[in-house]
Design a protein around this ligand. Sequence first.
Ligand code: N01
Length: 542
Amino acid sequence: MFNAQQKLNKAITKSIDNLDAVVIGAGFAGLFMLHRLRELGLFVRVFEAAQDLGGTWFSNRYPGARCDVESMEYSYQFSEELQQEWKWTERYASQPEILNYINYVADKFDLRQDIQFNSRVKRAVFNEAIKRWTIEIEDGQKVNAQFCIMATGCLSATNLPKFKGLEIFQGSLYHTGNWPSEKINFSGKTVGIIGTGSSAVQSIPIIAQEAKHLFVFQRTPNYVVPARNQPIDPLKERQIKADYANFRERNNRKPAAVSIEYNDRSALDATREERQLEYERRWQEGGFNFLGAFNDLITNQAANETAAEFVRSKIRQIVDDPKVAEILSPHHVLGCKRLCLDTNYYQTYNRSNVTLVDLSRLPIEEIIANGLRIKGKEYPLDCLILATGFDAMTGALLKINIRGKNGITLKDKWSAGPKSYLGICINGFPNLFTISGPGSPSVLTNMLPSIEQHVNWIAECIKYLRESDFVCIEATKEAEEAWVVHVNQVASQTLLTTCNSWYLGANIPGKPRVFMPYIGFPAYVAQCDRIVLNAYQGFRLT
Ligand code: N01
């Protein structure tokens, strides 16, 4: 099949080697970018490494994979017709349902014809003489385009820790972020899972129901609050659809572009009983609303500790064995790593076929042919699952050899951490756009409105360039540096920089420790709009 695709790719080359724009990635961002650029009349090609659409929702198909933003919000808003006609079935959509939605959108807007699958981009080079990008696919195909748009995703380059002996493991090895398409049957199998982030929290309860035994290898416990997933409430659905535009508008004015109900009160002004009531109400409702319980949870350590202790008290209530409950209890700042939403996560540790192994003091020594070893003790395993996360925000971009002006590579430019203006454009790399790049709100928000805002900004920018007879746009060095300082200043006013999160790149050995996302969606959008009104302030147009 791959050879046929390669031949097809070569045949296409003749007709598409001179494009207006190349979009890399066919997930939510790439699909909408293609749609917007086609509306502008541009000749566009999307290159996608996978064999089908969906990006992160194509590859993260592990058991229990589900979005943690509610389905009525985690969807496109650019088409009123689309948002009216699509029907979600659950409060939080499952991965298969999201993939169905993405395919539905692609069919409705006839997007597939401009997408080339099985086409991993290995190089993108800016040719200064002709002011165009040359994009090279792994099979050797080359195209050139005026604009190169990276829709490569924030969480798409998997983190594969260098465990000693991993290559000699004889059992079945999986990574949650790169899960096979066929159903994996764990019944009768002894399964090990490394990691306890969002992916593990979702898959552990499902795998535990099937496996003979499940060993969970945990290095750092996470805060987990109930999702309270349920069939979609038809009344709520009707109400939202009756006024969808305003519902979106209200959410877009919230810090994470999610319909969290924010309490305007400090946790420290409330009595112990009042706090308990507020946390309990939000715990029962489920979801990220827990984070809005008080207005100082991410800025004041003492306030944060009240929420953290509430979750720990829940863990002690739910988990039967006090020693296991203690190992599951986090002590870092709640929210400085992404809060996890669950269905029966803590309850799963009461099952007799589940064992929690604490790696915090004794790390994995090595992987062996039939399992793994920790301080001389062997754990025989039929299957090993790495739920070890991603090289977030920069990983997918840096996997491509991107060369800008004067031959400078993005890898060199970002050797001390990513530098970008607005998370959209990079000095030295004209006409290169990054959708939800480092320095933009992206992963701290509902990704869908963030993606749409970026795509619309980029489309309007390209339209402006063409109408005004400009050939190139490039962020100035000064604007870029000021933006990086600003992103860090905003982050430093919060507690989000206090733990070893992937927001900081701290999960990848050797990655520079820089807080990558921008905190605050509305302020960010206002800034992007202001820059346009000020004739693309901070950009050089030539
Ligand atoms: O990855 P993670 P994830 N030895 O990085 C552990 C989004 N997402 O795939 O914390 C032992 O959170 C690591 O331990 P530690 C969401 O934004 C969303 O779960 O570094 N352990 C950690 O426990 C999320 O935040 C959804 O000490 C090692 C785990 O692996 C993001 O994706 C669902 C290790 C990695 O956790 C990433 O989530 C899924 C080692 N060498 C994901 N290296 C929803 O929408 C790493 N670990 C619900």
